[in-house]
Design a protein around this ligand. Structure first.
Ligand code: TXE
Length: 483
């Protein structure tokens, strides 16, 4: 049994109450670790440690803060294989994916914001010879950072890196479902000698520790990635306290395939967009819309590719689709497939729990990659986030209808557009209500670009300058110049 600990004021510690939570390996269904079941008392200690560390950290030159982030990145990179295995065991994702994406991207997040803060500049405005305005962007204090289970270390560092780079200290809470690599990050911070209190990591149940953090009077900044329902709760708690808030929430992303696209590429990338990380990425293109002229061909080729995906032991190379994160989540996905049947859908692939790939995984939470057609665009399966290996395919008549279908949900995170017609690509990207748009590609990420959703997919943008601006307070200084 492995033991996960909080990082508070530079110490690796249990919850003050001594209470612990079971951590389950989704591929086997077995408890393999225990994490602190923290409560308000632990959050209080962490906030106090972060508050104490803030003056010195915020006055540390940006170059030195950047050096700390690079040191942490180097430690993770030097131990990348252990991190990748840990992420795979904790989350159920294929180890090959953790190796290729999660861990390198975590390292990249830290290095990117180290460089970004060294280049961070602000504005000066001069309207006449009598006055000069310059803008200060100062760290805001203690940042509360809450992250989900689907890309555990990747999304955790995506918040920690800009918060710390900009001179804030932080209390960070990973998901209780996937606490392992956050705990390993805590070890790295201690080994690297990061000053006590700069980063505090508190494990525990969202409903138990989350509200204490989001309502805390000494935490003026909250950055959250997770479900829309949780986001609404956080927004409601933060609003009366006028906190600065960034919310990255769910998605139900349209993937628009026009008849003039490069079909080979559209098919293979749309399979990846549907099923990467078991469909548990907020950017997954789970609603595919295909122009009538190529609908039958697309569906035939798509389904053939999906049926060839290998649901397997996450620790084995060659596995395309691993285990879903928890039994509860597997049940939720299953209930949506049941609903798809009730709503009149036709299941062309998958549709049920997958057989265990081997004896070790007999108790795991596997689900077959599932393709559903013949659903109305307004039905629940086509409008609610499933967040699993379930894709719907619907035909459209023309560009106007494609846009109408794309916008037919309350979400507005990411859209993918497949067409060789340049003007159409631009027109559609402009008309679809999503904060992230990909044309003829999917999940290509430049860390400098604004990232985030519209409508119920969130508020605010992360990435590059947007993140550094979010984690700083803007102060304008107007100076009269005597002549
Ligand atoms: O998310 P939660 P869950 C979506 C997806 C998924 C659903 C629920 O649809 O099925 O959200 O997933 C913490 N105050 N996404 O249950 O509950 C929680 O401990 C403060 C989309 O994991 O939102 C965890 O650390 N914090 C998504 C984090 O919030 C609270 C990624 C996310 O948990 C809290 C994951 C509270 N009251 C799921 N309650 C994306 N967009 O990337 C929980 N938490």
């Amino acid at each position: 049994m492995e033991t996960i600990r909080n990082l508070i004021d530079g110490d690796a510690c249990d919850a003050e109450s001594g209470s612990r939570l079971d951590v389950v390996d989704p591929a086997t269904g077995a408890v393999y670790a225990e994490a602190p079941d923290s409560d308000a008392a632990d959050i209080e200690r962490a906030v106090e440690a972060a508050r104490k560390a803030f003056p010195a950290w915020s006055e540390t030159p940006a170059g030195e803060r950047a050096a700390w982030l690079r040191r942490i990145a180097d430690h993770i990179e030097g131990d990348a294989e252990r991190f990748a295995r840990a992420e795979s065991i904790d989350n159920g994702k294929p180890v090959a994916l953790a190796r290729a994406v999660d861990i390198p991207r975590s390292v990249a997040n830290l290095r990117f914001f180290a460089s970004a803060v060294e280049q961070f500049a602000s504005e000066m405005h001069q309207a006449d010879r009598e006055t000069i305005n310059y803008t200060l962007r100062q760290p805001r204090g203690v940042a509360g950072l809450i992250s989900p289970w689907n890309l555990p270390l990747y999304l955790f560092t995506w918040k920690i890196a800009p918060a710390l780079a900009a001179g804030n200290t932080a209390v960070a809470k990973p998901s209780e479902l996937t606490p392992m690599t956050a705990s390993m990050l805590g070890d790295v911070c201690r080994e690297a000698g990061l000053p006590a209190g700069v980063l505090n990591i508190v494990h525990g149940l969202g409903a138990k520790v989350g509200p204490t953090l989001t309502e805390h009077p000494r935490v003026p900044t909250i950055s959250f990635t997770g479900g829309t329902v949780t986001g609404r709760d956080i927004a409601a708690r933060a609003a009366p306290r006028f906190k600065k808030l960034s919310l990255e929430l769910g998605g139900k992303n349209p993937n628009l395939v026009f008849a003039d696209c490069d079909l080979d590429r559209a098919v293979s990338e749309s399979v990846r967009a549907g099923f990467a990380n078991q469909g548990e990425i907020c950017l997954c293109g789970s609603r595919i819309f295909v122009e009538e002229a190529i609908y039958d061909t697309f569906v035939e080729r798509y389904v053939e590719r999906v049926k060839a995906l290998r649901v397997g032991d996450p620790l084995e190379d060659g596995t395309d689709v691993g285990a879903l994160v928890s039994a509860a989540h597997r049940d939720k996905v299953e209930s949506y497939v049941e609903l798809a049947r009730e709503e009149g859908g036709t299941i062309l692939a998958g549709g049920k729990r997958a057989d265990a790939p081997n004896a070790r995984c007999a108790g795991g939470f596997f689900f077959e990659p599932t393709v559903v057609t013949d659903l109305d665009v307004a039905c629940r399966v086509q409008t609610e986030e499933i967040f699993g290996p379930v894709v719907t395919i619907t035909s459209f008549r023309d560009e106007a209808q494609a846009i109408e279908y794309a916008n037919a949900t309350d979400y507005g995170l990411a859209a993918t557009i497949w067409t060789e017609n340049l003007s159409r690509a631009h027109r559609v990207a402009e008309a679809v209500d999503c904060g992230v748009q990909w044309i003829n590609c999917w999940l290509v990420r430049d860390l400098r670009v604004p990232f985030g959703g519209m409508k119920q997919s969130g508020v605010g943008r992360e990435g590059g300058l947007e993140a550094l601006r979010f984690f700083t307070e803007t102060k304008n200084v107007c100076v009269r110049v005597e002549r």
